[in-house]
Write a protein that binds this ligand. Structure first.
Ligand code: NDP
Length: 246
């Protein structure tokens, strides 16, 4: 489709995994897309080349989500590059899976900085530039709704916080015609959670569909929310989890 033609998007963590699929999908739907990365410069540039080959503008931005100045600068760079910002996808995320007794205070800071503070600051910076029709889509996790196995205290704490951010922003930005929604993926086959990993069979078994999802299956819902189909959806948490939370 050409639903997003003329729109400008920023996807955090767009070098691989779910963020890569989201960046490619938004571009396929017509948007110009900036994407951030932390380490994977070459992979980010490859995503940019694929977007440009499809005829859209694209830009890779090095921005560690743990760094507040870098997060704000990524938003400003996107606006400077495309002259506008319509869609913010807070996707970059990290996790430490361990029993609570083994989690250091530094782990708490790092995970919450990347998974919570960065989306917060990106939203704050982005909404100063967004007009009517603006869209914020944040990638949460099914673990925000159902923590189905131990070791996830830190990850689930951060992901659950995004519900508050999303609902509060929906209320605050609704009068400006800007929506804010949360997408909760289930087990998705990426480097963070490979479908052939040690815990994969167990996770598949917790879904209703009995399988991992693909990054493109999350990207489809993000694109829907970012496009005209998402016009009347705001403050919502949408599971794309194969029934993990059913
Ligand atoms: P991956 O680990 O496969 O990819 C992570 C992406 O985020 C990469 O582009 C990475 O960049 C970027 N990133 C990570 N940390 C930072 C940082 N500090 N600053 C900037 N960019 C960063 O993860 P997924 O694609 O699986 O996950 C994407 C999102 O989906 C995350 O928020 C995750 O919590 C969530 N999620 C994933 C699930 C899954 O099963 N896969 C399930 C539920 C939620 P670089 O390549 O440079 O390192």
């Amino acid at each position: 489709t050409n639903d997003l033609y003329g729109k400008a998007a920023l996807v955090t963590g767009g070098s691989r995994g779910i963020g890569e699929a989201v960046a490619l999908r938004l571009a396929r739907d017509g948007a110009d897309v900036a994407l951030t990365y932390q380490h994977s410069r070459e992979r980010a540039e490859r995503v940019v080349e694929r977007i440009k080959a499809a005829g859209r503008r694209a830009r890779a931005i090095h921005a560690d989500s743990a760094d507040p100045a870098a997060v704000r600068a990524a938003v400003e760079t996107t606006v400077a590059e495309f002259g506008r910002l319509d869609i913010l996808v807070n996707n970059a995320g990290t996790g430490v899976m361990a029993p609570i007794g083994e989690i250091a205070a530094e782990d708490v800071d790092r995970v919450l900085h990347v998974n919570v503070r960065a989306p917060y600051l990106a939203c704050q910076t982005a909404v100063a530039h967004m007009g009517e029709g603006g869209r914020i889509v944040t990638i949460g996790s099914c673990m925000a709704e159902r923590v189905a196995f131990p070791g996830a205290s830190l990850y689930a704490t951060g992901k659950a916080a995004l519900t508050g951010l999303t609902k509060a922003l929906a209320r605050e930005l609704g009068p400006r015609g800007i929506t804010a929604n949360l997408v909760h993926p289930g087990p998705i086959d990426t480097e963070m959670n490979p479908a052939d990993g040690p815990n994969a069979e167990y996770q598949s078994g917790l879904t209703a569909l009995g399988r991992y999802g693909r990054p493109e299956e999350v990207a489809a819902t993000v694109a829907h929310l970012a496009g005209p189909g998402g016009r009347y959806v705001t403050g919502a948490s949408i599971a794309v989890d194969g029934g993990f939370t059913a």
